[in-house]
Design a protein around this ligand. Structure first.
Ligand code: GDP
Length: 692
């Protein structure tokens, strides 16, 4: 049982998951050899499957990091490409295709790259091994191969054949061993032959005598020895075994046995030479296990160092504060709920009433303008004999049906304008915008999608109650449509409030006038235009239509400003007059309500707002305050399902760094525990690679 290799490979895979693969460099077996030396055939025989890119023009352009996992549980053999997210590929032709594509993705101009393709193969029939297949050495660059290809391949191989890796140097028996590029390269980095295994392929192509001579070569003695193999199936059985590829090794093995057994004096047990793919495989396992064990102490120390550094960082950067995506969400939610709670206590009936009243103030002004200040022309037609300007109102007969009708229409117009919908809309949009403001200040501002979920939860809950609330309000204000029933104190408040409102309106008119003055180039200029417009209106001057070039020496744009100024001036005059009227003695009492429509309408608007707010507060606001936190919780949970929680937390770079550090620390602790288990099991025997 190759226990250390198995665990060390597991550890390496774990470390790779957090990008910590550089922490420990575990020994691998690197496979080098010239093109056509039989390198691929040897690897495939060991794995028992054909899976490597083939083809006459096929040059391996990337290292293939091949991890073999002995998996007794695996029902069928399968491969995984962790970097592609491809798992459980049981079709080895597909693996071959994928490798070919990955290989071809390297642009020719680059020749080769050291960016490895990672492939993990699981099978109950393979040993735990870590192999790296490198591009084959090329002797002479072909016509369409760039010259530096040869150099680049050689450089790439040099990078991998450094210690502590084991070198599997492949040479074919039918070529001169002295010229073997693989052995030459190996000799350069491992002159004493301590970590090189020599593999001699194509033993079937040379005389047994010559074969034995090669395997016992003393030119470059290897402590781990040479192994002679025949990695190709005889052609008549080839097609049969190729179809059932899991038997590839069995077939090769049987063929090798038949061959080597037929020369007992050359290859028999007494001869002292090593032959056969099975022997090679066993040797690889033993050598790698030994090498892994010898690295155990060093690996342990480097993981300990890494863990110490990580623990230190955790202390200084985060004061050892724990963190998890779940905890981060809980804290963010708690914080938001707290803010929300504070908001609920600051926004209630009084605030709603204020909001609704100002929305209604605007409607009051609209009614006044429509009914009183800018008298519509058709009214003149209906009541030609009545006093027709607001300036005449104080002198009017208190029982004038005209002014009675005006006030009644204005008051019922106010209650008929859809107060229910207005109130529900004003309340909902205010609450919504306040929630959005709370979100902007909360940690959810860093998480756009979660922020949207919460904001949408608010709209859903608000919209849910909107229709019922608006209907309820309409029913509750119905009585005021016919009889507003204003009390003397309400009248007084209305009077005070409306004077302020009119004053604001007047200020706005004056400010608009000021900006008009500035826009035409001063007060004097505006006065000239105003006087021209006035004259034209009275008919003293005839202006034909809206001539684009203007009239009276004024451009048409200037004239438009003039007309606007005339409107503002007239409006300001009326408002001024109405402020005086509202302040006057006559408007002190409710009995004179027909003289003081501003006060009356204001009092009605207040009444409507008060009634509507009673309803709004219970039906909408309290309901929202109770349901919203629950809705947020459930909608967020839904949003966070299927990996969303982790994604959410990692959107915040600070949290991500914190989580990464904890993850790394936990992982290193786990790895260290695993390594300590290995020590206990009796792994780390130390020393160099096992003797051959
Ligand atoms: P690579 O270029 O080093 O990967 O070499 P391949 O594994 O593709 O082998 C090159 C050629 O040699 C192929 O046609 C193989 O079938 C053949 N070959 C490989 N090993 C042996 C062997 O042991 N005996 C014989 N006769 N042919 C072999």
């Amino acid at each position: 049982m190759m226990y250390v290799t198995k665990r060390m490979i597991e550890i390496r895979n774990l470390l790779q998951k957090v990008g910590q693969s550089n922490t420990v460099t575990l020994p691998s077996i690197v496979v080098i050899g010239s093109q056509s030396s039989g390198k691929s055939s040897v690897l495939e025989a060991i794995v028992g499957h054909e899976f490597l890119p083939k083809g006459s023009n096929m040059i391996t352009r990337r290292p293939i990091e091949l991890t073999l996992v002995n998996d007794p549980e695996a029902r069928t053999d399968y491969g995984e490409f962790p970097d592609l997210g491809l798992s459980k590929v049981t079709d080895f032709t597909l693996i071959q295709k994928t490798l070919t594509e990955l290989n071809q993705s390297v642009p020719e101009s680059l020749c080769v790259t050291d960016d490895p393709i990672r492939l993990i193969i699981h099978s109950p029939r393979i040993p735990d091994l870590s192999l790296i297949d490198l591009p084959g050495y090329i002797q002479v660059a072909g016509e369409n191969q760039p010259r530096e290809l040869k150099r680049k391949i050689s450089e790439l191989c040099d990078k991998y054949i450094r210690g502590p890796n084991i070198i599997l140097a492949i040479s074919a028996a039918d070529t001169d061993l002295a010229n073997s590029t693989a052995l030459q390269a190996s000799r350069r980095v491992d002159p004493r032959g301590e970590r090189t295994i020599g593999v001699i392929t194509k033993m079937d192509l040379v005389d047994p005598d010559k074969g034995v001579a090669i395997l016992t070569d003393r030119q470059y003695p290897l402590r781990l020895g040479y192994v002679g193999v025949i990695s190709k199936l005889p052609s008549q059985t080839g097609s049969l075994f190729r179809r059932e590829t899991s038997n590839l090794l069995a077939g090769i093995s049987r063929n090798e046995k038949a061959f080597f057994n037929s020369y007992p004096s050359e290859f028999g047990p007494e001869s002292g030479v090593n032959t056969g793919t099975m022997t090679l495989r066993k040797k690889l396992m033993q050598v790698l296990e030994h090498q892994m064990s010898s690295k155990l102490q060093e690996t342990t120390e480097s993981i300990q160092r890494e863990l110490e550094e990580t623990t230190y960082q955790f202390k200084v950067q985060y004061n050892e504060q724990p963190m998890s995506a779940e905890a981060y969400l809980a804290a963010s939610l708690d914080d938001f709920k707290h803010q929300f709670h504070e908001y609920t206590s600051s926004f209630g009936r009084a605030q709603l009433q204020g909001l609704l009243k100002s929305a209604l103030d605007q409607k009051v002004l609209d009614q006044l303008a429509a009914r009183y200040w800018n008298r519509p022309v058709e009214d003149l037609a209906i009541a030609p004999h009545e006093p027709d300007t607001i300036a005449d109102l104080p002198k009017a007969d208190p029982n004038s049906p005209y002014w009675h009708r005006q006030l009644d229409t204005a008051a019922s117009g106010l209650s008929r304008l859809g107060v229910g919908r207005l109130a529900a809309t004003v309340a909902a949009s205010t609450v919504q915008s306040n929630i959005d403001k709370l979100l902007d200040k909360s940690s959810f501002s860093k998480h756009p999608s979660a922020r949207r979920v919460i904001s949408e939860a608010a709209s859903t809950v608000l919209a849910d109650r909107s229709y019922a609330t608006s209907d309820g309000i309409e029913i509750s204000i119905k009585p005021y449509k016919f009889d507003p029933d204003i009390q003397p104190n309400e009248w007084n408040q209305g009077r005070e409030h409306v004077v302020g409102l009119l004053q604001t309106e007047l200020d706005q008119c004056q400010a608009a006038m000021k900006s008009l003055e500035n826009s035409v180039g001063g007060r004097k200029k505006l006065k000239e235009v105003i006087s021209f417009v006035d004259k034209a209106r009275k008919g003293d001057i005839v202006v034909e239509g809206d001539h684009p070039s203007g009239a009276g020496g004024f451009s048409s744009a200037l004239l438009a400003r003039g007309r606007e100024a005339v409107f503002l001036r007239d409006r300001a005059d009326i408002i001024n007059m109405r402020i005086q009227a509202a302040k006057s003695r006559k408007c002190k009492t409710l009995d004179n309500k027909y003289y003081c429509p501003e006060v009356f309408l204001d009092a009605v608007a207040t009444k409507l707002a008060q009634t509507a707010v009673l309803f709004l507060n219970v039906e909408m606001l309290n309901d929202f305050y109770a349901r919203f936190p629950r809705e947020v919780e459930s909608k967020l949970r839904e949003h966070m399902a299927a990996g969303g929680l982790e994604r959410f937390a990692r959107e915040d770079p600070k949290v991500r760094r914190h989580l990464d550090l904890i993850h790394r620390k936990e992982l290193l602790e786990l790895v260290l525990a695993k390594i300590e288990d290995l020590h206990r099991f009796g792994g780390g025997s130390g020393g160099g690679a096992a003797a051959g």
